[in-house]
Write a protein that binds this ligand. Sequence first.
Ligand code: SF4
Ligand code: SF4
Length: 482
Amino acid sequence: MPTKFFGGVHPHTNKITQRDYISELTPPAKVFVPVVQHIGKPAIVKVNVGDYVKVGTLLASADGVISANIFSPVSGKVMAIENRPMGDREVTHIVIDNDFSDNAEFLPKLTNPTKEQILARTAEAGIVGMGGAGFPTAAKLTPPSGVTIDTLVINGAECEPYITSDHRIMLEYPEQILKGIRYIATALDVHNILIGVEENKQDAIDTLNKVIAANNITDIKVVGLKTRYPQGAEKQLIYALTKRVVPACELPSKVGVVVNNVHTALSVYYAVYEGQPLYRRVVTVSGGAVKNKGNYWIRTGTTYKDVLAECKTIDSRENVKVIQDKIKEKQSQLEKLDKSQKSEIKAVRAELKSLEKELSTVKSSQYIMIVNGGPMMGACTQNDENVITKTSSALLFLTEKEVNTVSPSQCINCGKCARVCPMRLMPMFIDAAAIAGDWAEAKKYGAVDCILCGSCSYICPAKRDLVSSMKKSKKMIATRGI
Ligand code: SF4
Ligand code: SF4
């Protein structure tokens, strides 16, 4: 019987790329590598304009424990070190012209590494949580003194719609993932390891189990989880697998658990066994506007624009302009015709009708929003100059049909948002408090416990943007020290 948690929703999964083998996306001619691809302090730039770098050259070094090293994803020349937009802020980016030689300098491979060597390598290789959070892995694997970790949870739930990158790596890299898990377990000195995978990925469960059986592994168990969003959220996953409840505002280590994503485990394998620092990752590229949807190894620092240029659009934006120009031409042709020219008028009108139909089809295939991550928790933007980072599990180019464009209306007190909230909150009351700017009231209703899963916004029949109210409440409570 698959395990589950309280609340949650069943959004349409849209996992159209789940059968697509991972391939390498051609690296771009220029990469823009941000010095922040993690939670914590920006890394400190270590290169200068004009330097020649290789794949794996250290570009910026971690500034403390909650920070991470940043590596070059291509070989070539550093052309600029400049501020560029990243989400809603400006971040230093290192701009490199790719010479396409892929000259590489990796770290020495480690055979039979000790716990200390694994921890050091995880930090050295810039590994961070790749499920989206970006918490530096070495820090996660070093619990505070006095805290005992007895269980390692590996997150293969991948509950967000569209995303299939974790699913594919579990199918295509199971041995490497299990080796990475072994390194992580060695670093933590843990012998109870649970891999949580949603039951809609039975082939991944079977693949992992086959490798586990073939290698007589006894301390790693793959557990099928109920397919329900947000199954992959840390607290929900821990509860589903261990029945332990992580208290509000506490980390999983409080209940003796450390959680790592499957892609993080794969990257730990590459760092330790192959000596490869983290400079690329598997990304699901999908959404109604993309022609060649799929799962790709993509170098960090690749712009969304370059990803789309490689994966191609269903129809180009230029095409919209071309058709619009043709429509204008036909309209002026129509104006010039005399009323007596009935057959000509009829013909031009027919052409106009067909062009308008064509325009509507082409327009409906254009993206109106880009999402880095899944549609429930991902970061939305319209700026295609943003880049792939260590935490980009998916890049979605969504059309109007795939995005909620309905304006919100008054709350009708239906209570649906409370019924689906996995943290057992009352989102409608926090929303009302946020509208009133009453942050103490928002805190009283538990806004700080919100995991920003978006289930409440998804289910709300009034289409209220509840998750924005949650975000704002959390921010105001923190900044005002309420
Ligand atoms: S209030 Fe927060 S945790 Fe609860 S459903 Fe909404 S976003 Fe998720
Ligand atoms: S789901 Fe929407 S309409 Fe229903 S109580 Fe919650 S906020 Fe109000």
